[in-house]
Design a protein. Structure first.
Length: 549
């Protein structure tokens, strides 16, 4: 967490370098102000030459106003830069975590951490510096009172233990309540996003009221934590708000008696009043601690995401090869895979089958380097995928592809911006997508938001994206599940022709898909139970049960 705060502070070094001296200059000017004001008052009352003291006072006021504006500009701009960089780094890490990261943190919770928590962490430099400088300035004000008359400082010091006693419990309650509030926010956002994604299912099942109740079930916890936060702040504020004027009156009364007794000059009373306003901030330092505790909680939530280990990109170029995929004792505990051993021959089409939850998609992610095994090795042409820069050599099509980019052309060429229009059209043709694309208002240049597509059409765009990459290994994770039988047959024939001679790993849920593959890897019990042609395996009743036959 400390490393996160320091790195965030370094994300905007220029603005930090501007804000720090501006804050220090404000502190110095505030400490000089009572002294300069007292000299001006003494000059005016004494009837001497008051021009220079008054001019100095006016100059100090103008300088303080200019520094205040400069400091506010530096804080606003610097925090914006730090927030943007921290969010970019956090978003990049979340994307690097991929699917495993999604299991650790829900989308809603990540949204809260990426938006609110990241912004609060970016405030750590100005807020932390403000607390330190404010405390130091208050001590300077106390020293000013002591130099004027030690009795004035002594009266104020009496209130410090009282303030600490009144606020200590509220500060720790605030920290606990604020943590619970942020956690409840994350759960609420997660449930709301789930409801939005499942809007059609909710409407079709007539469960709107039940879903509203499920999402709203977090609100009492959120409300209770919020009330506890405000309660802690309220108790601190009203207690200090009562104690502060009492001490101010006591100090000013002591100063007044000293003036009446001739121990202080009237101008010194003016300086004492100014230093008193500065020194009473010592009482509010414990309240400022609450803000730092909330920053600590936000920093801990952001650090937890950044601390989650992500697959590191390989730094070695993948040497040439025919496309032999090898898994040696690959294990992923969260998916139930333990000791998967499999060799996919170069140029072969291998279907991965198994019951629901057998780990088919996880195995596909291991082969595509979307996830790393907990143990074991996944290699392409004998080279460990964790060490090699393999992304250009692997194509991937998903069951529910997310289309990214501005236009249909962008969506197909995503990840390969150098692709030509001819290559894009050829890939779309192989995926049986070219015909419906040309029927769109602007064809391949149609914006994605202006191109309503069915699930099958989106799958064909996703297939075109995978086929565009002339990869030695192509992974199809149930990528034709939304196609009708005729279209799927056409797509399969086109894929077979397009990918002839290239290695294919196909996650299959249909017996017909498995039958078209050269070999079948049958997952069962976390391992590859059998590796053989579909026709050979079909003789086993347990294999047929995988497809409900």
């Amino acid at each position: 967490m400390k490393a996160l705060v320091l790195r965030t502070a370094r994300d905007a070094p220029g603005w930090t370098a501007l804000y720090v001296p501006a804050t220090l200059a404000l502190a110095v000017s505030s400490l000089l102000m009572p002294f300069v004001l007292a000299r001006a008052v003494a000059a005016v009352i004494g009837g001497g030459d008051a021009f220079r003291p008054v001019a100095l006072l006016c100059g100090l006021v103008l300088a303080e106003a200019a520094i205040t504006v400069l400091s506010a500009y530096a804080v606003t701009t610097g925090c914006a830069h730090m927030t943007a960089r921290l969010r970019r780094r956090l978003a990049a890490h979340v994307l690097a975590l991929g699917v495993p990261g999604g299991r650790v943190f829900s989308v809603g919770d990540l949204t809260v951490r990426l938006s609110g928590n990241a912004e609060e962490v970016a405030d750590v430099v100005p807020d932390g510096l403000a607390v330190v400088v404010s405390g130091a300035t208050a001590l300077g004000g106390l020293a000013g009172l002591w130099l004027i008359d030690w009795r004035l400082a002594a009266v104020l010091l009496i209130g410090l233990p009282v303030a600490a006693f009144l606020t200590r419990s509220s500060v720790f309650q605030f920290s606990d309540a604020f943590g619970r509030y942020q956690q409840a926010q994350g759960r609420l956002a997660a449930r709301l996003l789930d409801a939005l994604r499942g809007a059609r299912t909710i409407r079709a099942s007539g469960s709107l009221e039940r879903e509203i109740a499920r999402v709203s079930a977090v609100l009492p916890e959120l409300s209770a934590a919020g009330r506890d936060v405000w309660s802690a702040q309220r108790r601190t504020s009203w207690r200090l708000s009562l104690l502060t004027p009492v001490l101010e009156v006591a100090v000013l009364a002591t100063a007044g008696f000293a003036v009446a007794a001739g121990d202080l000059e009237p101008a010194q009373l003016t300086a004492a009043a100014g230093y008193l306003l500065i020194a009473v901030n010592l009482l509010w330092q414990l309240d400022s601690l609450s803000g730092l505790l909330s920053l600590r909680e936000s920093a801990a939530r952001v650090s937890a995401v950044l601390a989650e280990p992500a697959p590191r990109p390989g730094d070695r170029e993948l040497a040439g090869g025919p496309g032999t995929l090898t898994l040696r004792e690959a294990a992923v505990a969260s998916a139930g895979l333990s000791g998967v051993a499999l060799t996919v021959p170069a140029g072969a089409s291998v279907a991965v089958v198994g019951r629901s939850g057998a780990g088919k998609s996880t195995l596909a992610m291991l082969a595509g380097r979307l996830a790393d095994p907990d143990s074991g090795v996944v290699a392409l042409d004998g080279q460990d995928l964790r060490l090699a820069h393999a992304r250009p050599h692997i194509g991937y099509a998903f069951e529910r592809p997310v289309l990214l980019g501005e236009t249909i052309e962008d969506a197909i060429a995503y990840g390969m911006p150098e692709a030509t229009r001819a290559q894009i059209e050829r890939a779309a043709g192989a995926a049986q997508a070219d015909r419906f694309i040309r029927l769109l208002p602007r064809g391949y240049d149609t914006p994605l938001e202006a191109a309503p597509m069915s699930g099958g059409e989106r799958q064909r765009i996703g297939l075109a994206r995978a086929l565009l990459r002339e990869a030695r290994l192509t992974i199809l994770d149930d990528a034709t599940s939304s196609l009708d039988t005729v279209t799927e047959s056409q797509v399969r024939e086109a894929i077979t022709a397009t990918l002839a001679g290239r290695t294919r790993l196909v996650v299959a849920h249909r017996a017909a898909t498995a039958a078209r593959a050269d070999l079948v890897a049958w997952l069962d019990g976390g391992r590859v139970r059998a590796f053989a042609p579909h026709a050979e395996l079909w003789a086993q009743p347990e294999y047929r049960e995988v497809f409900g036959a």
